[in-house]
Design a protein around this ligand. Structure first.
Ligand code: NAP
Length: 422
């Protein structure tokens, strides 16, 4: 039997083997720790990536995690302290971003109405009834020209009503439906594809799917010497506003339309005499007004006559110079001259590219929509057969109903589909 070898050399090999094992174990532990360290570092890197203040537009620095769950953690920027969600899943993140973008693109109003005359207020009533988020922008008092009309005798349902009272009824009616009214001046309309922008004088910008433009018009001037210089000192474009100042005094009225005849009749009740001056041999005004005019003893009619000059002294107008059909000039003593020769539509806000006629009236279709989709024009600025309060109100109704349809289509994204079907 072989004896076990127990030489000193063998005894020396045993500790050497153990030392190697020990080294191996130590190396393994070290490697393991290193791996743990690397993994934890990677985790911490990933974590720091998550908590970076990526969407903090103001400072773009790091943020702390305020709360954390599986899908989302709430981050708070370490600089500006803003809080915002961080979606861990890229899909959730995409959905959230898309929602924010959609929200940003959505205009704050469905319909913006510019102008608070009968057309604008009527549009407001119908837009509110159609559940549209609507605002009416008016720089002055709602009612427009209608509010300064002394008597309205042809608005259905009212045999005779003061223009101011009728305006108030329109206004109260619109307010009853909760119409928001901004007393501001609109200075520009910028048409867009999905929505339009309306710039206000105060620097604010309104955005809406549809715009209803109803700015009315301004009184036309004669353009004769002394007219502008004596404005407010004997020259007037509103008998209701200024007639009172000419009580018992002679006045002249220029024009041959409905307004001129109505105002001449009105002034004949206040003034000592009214000289109606018309450039042609027949009136443009309706027959009823002509018949009434003929019955007024204080009104003297001067046909085929024009005013060439308005003369004044230190205290205001004292006479006018007229030229008749034969070319003969004469001077007439009056202390006031009321000019009603029509009006010019207010076209300053009409955006470039909208079709207009040579007189500055906007051309629209049967929905009162201009050639720019979503921009509607109503009332005196719109080209049509006649300008009446009832027609302006009707314009407002048509435009609001059509605008509501536009809004619904734009909101549901069906516009393209519908136009493809037509
Ligand atoms: P309009 O009907 O256009 O009449 C303007 C008048 O001014 C015309 O007679 C015109 O003469 C004359 N004219 C124009 N330029 C002139 C100039 N440079 N010099 C002298 N004369 C001049 O204007 P409006 O009377 O203000 O009426 C506007 C619209 O409102 C109309 O559709 C009218 O029917 C309507 N409206 C209705 C009522 C009512 O129904 N109660 C009341 C007011 C107004 P020519 O005739 O020679 O062109």
């Amino acid at each position: 039997m072989r004896k076990r070898d127990t030489t000193p050399q063998d005894n020396r090999q045993q500790p050497l083997f153990s030392w190697t094992v020990f080294q191996l174990i130590f190396f393994q532990i070290a490697l393991q720790n290193y791996c743990v360290y690397i993994i934890s570092e990677m985790n911490s890197l990933a974590k720091s990536d998550i908590i970076a203040c990526r969407r903090c537009d103001d400072c773009g620095i790091r943020a702390d995690v305020k709360s954390d769950n599986e899908e989302v953690c709430i981050l708070q920027c370490s600089i500006c302290r803003k809080e915002y969600p961080f979606y861990k899943s890229p899909r959730e993140e995409r959905i959230m971003r898309a929602r924010i973008e959609k929200e940003k693109a959505r205009p704050e109003y469905d319909i913006v109405i510019i102008g608070g005359g009968p057309a604008g207020l009527s549009a407001g009533i119908y837009a509110m009834r159609a559940a549209m988020k609507t605002v009416l922008v008016e720089k002055g008092t709602p009612g427009g020209q209608m509010a300064i009309n002394k008597g309205v005798e042809n608005y259905p349902g009212f045999i005779d009503i003061n223009g101011f009272d009728l305006s108030d009824k329109f206004f109260q009616h619109a307010k009853a439906y909760g119409l928001e009214i901004l007393q501001e001046e609109a200075i520009a309309i910028e048409p867009g594809i999905a929505h339009h922008e309306i710039r206000l004088a105060n620097g604010r910008t309104l955005r809406s799917y549809a715009v209803i433009l109803s700015p009315g018009g301004v009184s036309r001037t004669l353009g004769v010497p002394g007219e502008i210089e004596n404005l407010g000192r004997g020259v007037s474009y509103c008998a209701t506003c200024d007639g009172f100042f000419f009580s018992g005094k002679p006045v002249a009225v220029v024009g041959g339309g409905d307004t001129a005849l109505e105002e001449a009749i009105y002034l004949s009740k206040i003034s000592s005499e009214v000289h109606l001056i018309h450039r042609r041999g027949e009136f443009r005004a309706g027959r009823i007004l002509q018949q009434r005019l003929a019955m007024e003893p204080k009104i003297r009619v001067n046909m085929n006559t024009v005013v060439t000059n308005i003369l004044s002294n230190g205290s205001g107008v004292h006479s006018i110079v007229m030229r008749d059909g034969k070319g003969e000039e004469s001077e007439l003593h009056v202390e006031g001259i009321f000019i009603f020769v029509g009006f010019t539509p207010n076209g300053q806000l009409v955006p470039a590219g909208i079709a207009m006629d040579p007189q500055g009236y906007v051309l629209t279709d049967e929905k009162c929509e201009s050639n720019i989709p979503g921009i509607f024009v109503v009332g005196d600025l719109r080209k049509k057969y006649a300008n009446q309060i009832v027609i302006a109100a009707s314009d407002g109704c048509i435009a609001a109903l059509a605008a509501a349809r536009t809004v619904e289509l734009r909101q549901s994204g069906l516009e393209a589909k519908e136009s493809a079907q037509n």
